[in-house]
Design a protein around this ligand. Structure first.
Ligand code: TYD
Length: 136
């Protein structure tokens, strides 16, 4: 797995009524949560993301359905299927990521450690490679 990315299995609190998965800052989620967003209603064949963040840390999981996260550190590419409501992926700063192969019912939940800031985005892959010093 790409350095700094981690698959975290969250404990499921279940009983005869069903299941519940708690996500607490600095407990199951390894940072202080400042922002939450969802991605859903993604049309078949759509790919999104295509950026890295300078400082932002995120934690993503599919609460319904599934999608594939493509991770890239400038040296290696890796695909991780997110299709379990209790397994999240941490995405550290300076990891290029893309999302693809969404199921129609996919609801991706993303927790982030900072408010939305366009200045934190690296949206050009060549800019990303230059910043991580790929191929040194
Ligand atoms: P975008 O970053 O393009 O999504 P993705 O990387 O998943 O393809 O975001 C889509 C739109 O939503 C864009 O206009 C910015 C806006 N947005 C916010 O306002 N707040 C947020 O927290 C995020 C993630 C996006």
């Amino acid at each position: 797995i790409i350095a700094g990315c981690e698959l975290i299995e969250l404990p499921v609190r279940g009983d005869e009524r069903g299941s519940l998965v708690p996500m607490e800052a600095r407990r199951e989620v390894p940072f202080a949560i400042e922002r939450v967003y969802t991605v859903f209603g993604t049309d078949q064949g759509v790919r999104r993301g295509f950026h890295a963040h300078r400082e932002l840390q995120q934690f993503a999981l599919s609460v319904a359905g599934g999608c594939t996260m493509v991770l890239d550190d400038g040296e290696r590419r890796q695909k991780i299927r997110l299709d379990r409501p209790n397994v999240g992926l941490t995405i550290p700063p300076m990891v290029w990521h893309e999302m693809e192969d969404f199921t129609p019912d996919c609801v991706l939940l993303v927790l982030a450690d900072a408010p939305y800031a366009e200045a934190d985005y690296i949206r050009g892959y060549d800019d990303f490679l230059a910043l991580v010093g790929a191929g040194r």
